[in-house]
Design a protein around this ligand. Sequence first.
Ligand code: HEM
Length: 464
Amino acid sequence: MSAAYPPGPTDRIWGMSIARKLRRDMLSYYDWLHREYGDMVCMRLGPYRYYVAYHPDQVKELLVTKAKSFHMSPTVRRVIAQWDGNGLITSEGDFWLRQRRLMQPAFSARRFSGYAQMMTDEVQRVADRWAQEIEINGVLEVDVDRAMTDLTLSIVSRTLFGADLELNTAEIGRAVAVLSETAVREMQAPVHTPDWLPTTAKRKKRWASRLLDETVRGFIRHRRASGEDRGDLLSMLLLAVDHEGGSGGMTDEQARDECMTLFLAGHDTSAAGLTWTFYNLAKHPAVAKRLQDEVDTVLGGRTPGYDDLPDLPYTEMVVKEAVRLYPPAIGVFLREALEEVVIGGYPLRKGDLIQVISYVIHRDPRWFPDPLRFDPERFSPHRAEEIPQFAYFPFGGGPRVCIGSHFAMMEMRLVAAMLLQRFDVRLADHQGEVQLLPQMSLRPRGGLRLTFSRRAEVPAAAMA
Ligand code: HEM
């Protein structure tokens, strides 16, 4: 064990210039820190000692073997709890474990065939609408970031909340974007300002919080009114309220918090994953063609189902590679050490902060040769074995690993397969260079314009 602190930038004014650099261009700064100082970097941020770890072994220590020595940083928890309350992301200890166990059945394999059916129904609706527009105009230009947010919002609402109400997905999407931007700003802000301030930013925040709260409470009200037990996540949560509420168990407010957590976490990141998948397919026609060939051979033009997924390995490789280069969550949430603990050979003290950034680790040439090249073959069965454990962790790891990882992987594969089954995709002519916007999910700044057109050759059944 090394006694000294790892190297890192120094800053005479309490890390203020470091904080400014992080605010200005977080991704480049994290990347630069790694190149400049190596696998373990330490700096001062205000009153905290702040570590960033870049080696897969350190990721494993933080998320798995020494996970008990950490919890989410209180600042991050405070920001997220404004919307999620005491939901799964922000809760800790026995309470977290109980809630996680309660919700786990909603993410078990036996539910996936039903979810796949609902997902493909939603994709079909979008694809039919696009096909009609293409019929009229020849091509269709889409802000794919917006379109994927609408789609994943409809999917999460139907699969987890059984919502058959017509949602204003465009408005909800805008509200989520406001919260996402607000959250990142607040996590980086040196001081916390009250929400009642009459500024434009605070007004937008109040509007977005109210809209999302009403949406989620609407799911609960609707289900209570119907009195149905559909056996889905929402029923599970509400039954837990009815059986346990009042006896120290789950309350109505707790059910609301869990619904909000899954509603937000369950669509924003998947939308980003899909946006980056289509971006890369648009830039790499040969990859898109190969994916279409796979889809045509396996499905022969019919709609995919859950059972088809193992037969679509190339589609999976494409999604995995898109999520490697553009991880929707650029890292895990900032952690705080609860006690003295050694990471990467360096001792962290109680109260120290530490972070791992998948965006940088996924682009490290030691684990991914020629890292900026989009190459789905990295995830072919024989080559995937060469990737060290925790060099690739888009869904985190250990006990706090993403509860929705299989759900999201299924969703992304089905959407990519179905849309490419019917359309060719390319970058819109006037789409300039894409800039990355790291908010709660990694997004393209100002959206991403892609052009979808009818496929030159398309199996008849897909158009039927
Ligand atoms: C591409 C899509 C997704 C990505 C990249 C992603 C990423 C992540 C990551 C990295 C974490 C771990 C955070 C940490 O350890 O600090 C996480 C946790 C979580 N994710 Fe996801 N996620 C995705 C989709 C989903 C979906 C579809 C759902 C729900 C339907 C979901 C619900 C959650 C929840 C509730 C947690 C907290 C789990 C816990 O602490 O027990 N995520 N996600």
